[in-house]
Design a protein around this ligand. Structure first.
Ligand code: ATP
Ligand code: VIB
Length: 260
């Protein structure tokens, strides 16, 4: 079974040189309808494609100038222009829609689809716009995905499962989450200056009969996990590399350091 490597190098300050364990990933950014995390400008610079999910456009419009209180709000807003805004467009304000549409931002109205979330629609968009050659290395960073309304959080996690062959990372100010598909064993390289030590391995949807890990304070050894029994929350990263091997898809979550 092949190993899949993971590293949160996208959170490192741009001044830090990295020996990239993930041969130069390509990043896309999705902005959801929640307060922008403090590291949103950093992720923005790293992303090749930037998409707002419906009301996420309001957050970009209002929130980027707030992150640069010493700069002219108009200039900041103009600088952070997304490639597209997509969703059912019931949350974006009219002035925000007009502002970005006058700047030539692609606005995709999918109000006819009330079955999939705006995040789902944005991931579809990114998949369609990524050249085939870059697809295997594409990482989608989703800001504003956690905290807030629980139904939205679960909807966001469901997107990880729906697009389980894509690398999607849900972020808040406090933590990040991604899926570890059962098709691979996993090597997670911990960027300890920006993430950890608190972490979790969670079998959402289906139980695991056997999960084995290394590098954690409470490692699992062919251990079963299910809701109503054991799930690994409040675990702690002990080594630079964590490995995970499981018979089921698991969610990996790790805290983001406040100083990062
Ligand atoms: N409180 C929240 N917590 C987590 N994710 C959120 C939250 N609010 C919005 N989102 C994410 O941002 C996307 C866009 O939000 P927006 O409010 O525009 O969606 P919506 O479909 O209009 O929501 P609603 O269910 O209120 O109609 C959602 O699809 C969801 O992924
Ligand atoms: C069983 C079921 N539950 C909820 C919705 C509602 N819904 C799910 S995604 C979405 C779009 C949000 O922008 C809406 C309205 C549905 N269609 N089917």
């Amino acid at each position: 079974m092949e190993a899949m490597r993971h590293a949160s190098t996208f959170l490192l300050p741009s001044s830090v040189e990295t020996a990239d364990v993930l041969s130069s990933p390509a990043y896309a950014l999705v902005v959801l309808n929640q307060p922008l995390p403090r590291f949103a400008p950093l992720l923005w610079e790293r992303a090749k494609l930037r998409v707002c999910a419906d009301g996420g456009a309001n957050r970009l419009f209002d929130g980027m100038p707030e992150l640069f209180p010493d700069k002219d709000p108009g200039e900041v807003r103009f600088k952070y222009k997304p490639d597209a805004i997509k969703g059912d467009l019931d949350s974006i304000r009219a002035e925000v829609k007009d502002y970005y549409s006058d700047l030539g931002v692609k606005i995709v109205d999918e109000s006819q689809d009330q079955e999939t979330t705006d995040l789902h629609k944005c991931v579809d968009f990114i998949r369609d716009y990524t050249p085939i050659l870059e697809k295997s290395n594409l990482h989608i960073l989703v800001v504003g995905a956690l905290g807030g309304r629980f139904d939205h959080e679960i909807g966001n996690i469901n997107v990880l499962y729906y697009f389980s062959n894509m690398r999607i990372i849900l972020l808040s100010d406090d933590c990040l989450i991604y899926l570890l598909p059962k098709t691979h064993r996993h090597e997670i390289y911990i960027e300890s200056s920006v993430e950890g030590p608190h972490c979790g391995l969670i079998p959402v949807g289906t139980s695991s009969a056997s999960t084995t890990t290394t590098g954690l304070q409470w490692d699992l050894t062919e251990t079963g996990m299910h809701f109503g029994g054991l799930v690994s929350t409040s675990n702690i990263v002990r080594e630079e590399k964590v490995t995970v091997h499981s018979d089921t898809d698991l969610l990996w979550t790790i805290s983001i350091r406040k100083s990062s």
